[in-house]
Design a binder for this molecule. Structure first.
Ligand SMILES: C[S@@+](CC[C@H](N)C(=O)[O-])C[C@H]1O[C@@H](n2cnc3c(N)ncnc32)[C@H](O)[C@@H]1O
Length: 226
């Protein structure tokens, strides 16, 4: 029997079914069940966060891309590393809480190392001050990775290295986004890093809830560690 091809409505239903859970463990279980069709499904959502983040990194990174070591936090199936490879980066370490997403990242062959870790519940399982670029895409939002984890991202970055983060500006994520921005500014005031660029993007991805007609907006934050 021929496989039934999915539509945007199918993907919307899948995501909305998981919207109730705001516990990170519950969300990660959802990703375990979603992993196999994640890449095809987010293409239907016109999910542009990986390419928007990587374009931002690429336009500000002036070092040796082939030698640079990139930490891809909440790496999922590997969409960010895939984009970064296209921009000439060659060394990737990935972290995610979901075993099933990590399995697909492993199959991509893009990562030198992959680690399972629940962000917010334990320290990042990597050496401090090691990475030229630290990136987290699609995971800083309500019910996923707590805001406080951005301090850990900064700690794992080399002085002079870049930290790139994204978040959405949809209805459910308004308070989280405000808390994230307070923390980013507070860390700048503490002399931990300096803001390179904040890009607010209107057509981030297709919205899935009742309040979201058309596209939701989002933002890319790029900081340089001092
Ligand atoms: C929307 S996906 C983004 C994956 C990838 N960065 C991308 O842009 O395609 C969110 C990822 O974050 C992971 N995640 C969410 N909350 C987490 C947490 N608290 N600890 C570890 N991983 C988490 C999920 O397992 C999932 O792989």
């Amino acid at each position: 029997m021929a496989a039934v091809s999915k539509t945007f409505e199918h993907v919307k239903a899948t995501i909305l079914a998981a919207h109730g859970g705001t516990e990170p463990g519950v969300k990660v279980n959802f990703y375990n069940s979603w992993a196999e069709t994640y890449d095809q499904d987010v293409a239907l959502l016109d999910y542009r966060a990986p390419s928007l983040a990587v374009n931002g990194i690429s336009s500000h990174f002036s070092g040796d891309r082939e030698a640079a070591v990139v930490l891809d936090v909440a790496c999922g199936t590997g969409l960010v590393a895939k984009q970064m490879k296209r921009h000439g980066f060659g060394h990737f370490v990935g972290i995610d809480g979901s075993e099933a997403m990590l399995m697909l990242a492993r199959e991509s062959g893009l990562y030198q190392d992959l680690k399972q870790s629940m962000l917010g519940e334990e320290p990042l399982p990597v050496q401090k001050g090691l990475f030229d670029v630290v990136v987290i895409v699609g995971a800083l939002s309500v019910g996923q990775v707590p805001v406080g984890v951005v301090r850990e991202l900064c700690k794992s970055t080399k002085p002079g290295g870049h930290v790139c983060m994204t978040t959405r500006r949809n209805h459910a994520n308004v308070e989280y986004k405000a808390a994230l921005e307070r923390e980013l500014k507070q860390m700048e005031a503490e002399g931990l890093w300096t803001c390179v660029e904040v890009a607010e993007v209107e057509d981030w991805e297709r919205g899935v809830s009742e309040e979201e007609v058309g596209y939701v907006s989002g933002a890319v934050y790029l900081y340089k560690k001092l």
